[in-house]
Design a binder for this molecule. Sequence first.
Ligand code: ATR
Length: 291
Amino acid sequence: MAVSGKTKVYGIIACPVEHSMSPLMQNFFAAEAGADLTYVPFRVEPEDLEDALRGLCALNVQGVNVTVPHKQRVIPYLSEIDDTAASIGAVNTLVRTDEGFKGFNTDAEGFLTAIRARGTDPAGLDCILIGAGGAARAAAFVLAREGANKIICLNRTLSRAERLMDDIGARFPDVEREALPLDAWPEIGGNGYLAVQTTSVGMTPDIGSSPIEDERFFEKLSFAMDVIYTPARTRFLKFAEDAGVPTCNGLDMLICQGMAAFSLWNPGLTLPAGAFDGARDIVTKFLEEGA
Ligand code: ATR
């Protein structure tokens, strides 16, 4: 699509930004939906974040995605923040308003859409969350909000798991919660768990690792999600597949968070049915070429 004087500008702020797949994905969505917009990468150093946001606002940039290392640091510079993003404490999508930028967290919605599309729903389920960082926080919030029965957080550093479960309890007191050190997973009884892997263990180049390497863990699961998307099929997901457990990978979540951001920016436009598969092909090809 040709850029004219009327074309709206969107982008992503990150550091580094060179490996981001969002420009490819969002410009594809724009073409699919017939939107007159362009989406560009902005490399913003941490110390320049405030200036960058002022500049983006002054330049009438209509929306931006925010990623590492700015997802939490951006919050003080917003004119408004959506409830979900405020509860999670991280923002990945900004929408231009008359007052400034309003912050949202579409990682959370992307996570939910992705697992639902693969046939599972957190309502009433017992869940195991592996990790207690930013990604775990977004997943825990969604699981609790969507009516999970119980969340067990396993983390290498127990105190972080405890803090996350306390924060979830303050907001969702009805959800049963437990925090355990990662290696205490054999203490978990029962089965049928929805498991969400949110640590960086297994991410390229560490593809030979999984935070849990014992097949008995995977026999306890009814569904396994990994938020990592490089590689798309992590060792954690391979263990799950070998145990016959349905899975969802981080690429699905990445695409779903991008679609959710596109919808926030273009409330009047609908993405066609093939947009998800088209975006999946584009990012898969990008990853294969980069490998
Ligand atoms: P993100 O925002 O991507 O979730 P983060 O906040 O740095 O990133 O969190 C990373 C998560 O991966 C944490 O749960 C971390 O465990 P600790 O809290 O103990 O640091 C987990 N993690 C990273 N490397 C790990 C490893 N080698 N083994 C186990 N857990 C690991």
